[in-house]
Design a protein around this ligand. Structure first.
Ligand code: SAM
Length: 341
């Protein structure tokens, strides 16, 4: 792991920490994470092993005064994306998940850090709040009312040494009394980010078989798909009825490309928490299986010495798919360190 020797170690709170992808990047850049929180028990062992203490508790029930430390420089909030998704959640800011955002704002109000960071999916840009206001504008207004100016940008993980096509919106709030505009890091050229860099590296024996098995149906369908292919390679008579119907009216379903199997010379698609073979590029190009836990961790740029602990293999796929790629986080963190501290 990289250990930044910077003498300045901004005191950082991590909310919605998950297994710690965002936190690892900030830690590597020299930030001191003094408090972490997540509601999900399954991330606890992994977070503790790799990064340290974590409080497992619903953030809306955490006592800000007695449980969260003071003298804070940075708040990281990888808030779940659902409160901001317009699909099926029109009252986004009023329901319980919208309440998460209010909890974060309450913590910001009490701790008054120099910098706050929110992370969200690409759809956040076009989603709207309950009054029809675009979410980036809504967040900007909220932060403004709390004394922060906002900078946001859609970043492409593969521009920051991550071997994966993944877009994430990063929103940075800088406290009004901190001088200067925040500039996001510029893309970095990397020599090779293709699937081959991940799967042609050897894997420790005890991690080789840490694989979430495919259902018998997914395994059958996958057996028809060559490296670089997708469900388009599966003959009609093998497809389940649901997929047959979609294929018949493919335009109506916006031409989905299910069961994508990326080839060695392609960049991997977005790793998702659900890791379904239908909707993510989770299929190994040559072996009829999902990628292993270690392989998807590499696609997310976790170093091989970052261990994923716990008994449930699906929960490891979930925490990895939920994470901000640590290399992307590291480059954002370095920019924050250089410009604000
Ligand atoms: C997108 S993930 C965060 C990923 C993390 N920042 C990383 O880089 O690895 C969102 C996290 O919010 C957590 N979460 C959801 N509701 C919560 C709540 N009410 N209180 C605390 N954590 C919550 C989830 O368990 C999940 O781990």
């Amino acid at each position: 792991m990289i250990n930044n020797k910077s003498p300045i170690k901004p005191r950082t709170i991590s909310l919605f920490s998950g297994c710690g992808g965002l936190d690892l990047g900030f830690h590597q850049a020299g930030f001191d994470i003094v408090f972490s929180n997540d509601i999900e028990k399954t991330v606890e062992a992994t977070y503790r092993h790799n990064l340290g203490e974590i409080l497992i508790k619903d953030i809306t029930e955490v006592d800000i005064d007695s449980e969260i430390p003071n003298d804070i420089d940075v708040i990281l909030a990888g808030i779940p994306c659902q409160p901001f998704s317009s699909a099926g959640n029109r009252k986004s800011m009023d329901d319980h998940r919208g309440g998460l955002f209010e909890s974060v704002m309450n913590i910001i109000d009490k701790k008054k850090p120099k910098v706050v960071l929110f992370e969200n999916v690409r759809g956040f840009i076009s989603s709207k709040d309950d009054k029809g206001m675009p979410m980036p504008q809504r967040i900007e207004n909220e932060l403004f009312e709390h004394g922060y100016r906002t900078y946001w940008k859609l970043l492409k993980a593969s521009d920051f040494e991550v071997p994966q096509n993944r877009h994430r919106v990063i929103i940075i709030g800088v406290r009004d009394d901190v001088k200067g505009d925040f500039v996001f890091p510029s893309p970095i050229s990397s020599s090779d980010l293709t699937v081959s860099t991940v799967i042609n590296n050897s894997i420790l024996d005890d991690e080789k078989f840490e694989v979430w098995p495919l259902s018998p149906q997914a395994q059958l369908l996958s057996s028809y798909i060559p490296a670089g292919g997708s469900w388009k390679n599966i003959p009609d008579d093998v497809l389940p009825e649901r997929l047959k119907r979609i294929r018949k009216e493919i335009k109506r379903y916006r031409s989905p490309n299910f069961y994508r199997k990326f080839n060695l010379d392609e960049i991997m698609g977005t790793i998702t928490a659900a890791a379904t073979p239908e909707n993510s590029g989770i299929l190994h190009p040559f072996e009829n299986r999902r990628y292993s836990v270690r392989e998807i961790a590499r696609f997310q740029s976790f170093p091989d010495d970052f261990k994923f602990l716990g008994d449930s293999i699906p929960s490891k796929y979930k925490m990895i798919g939920n994470a901000v790629p640590p290399r992307l986080a590291y480059h954002i963190a370095k920019s924050v360190l250089e410009q604000v501290f």
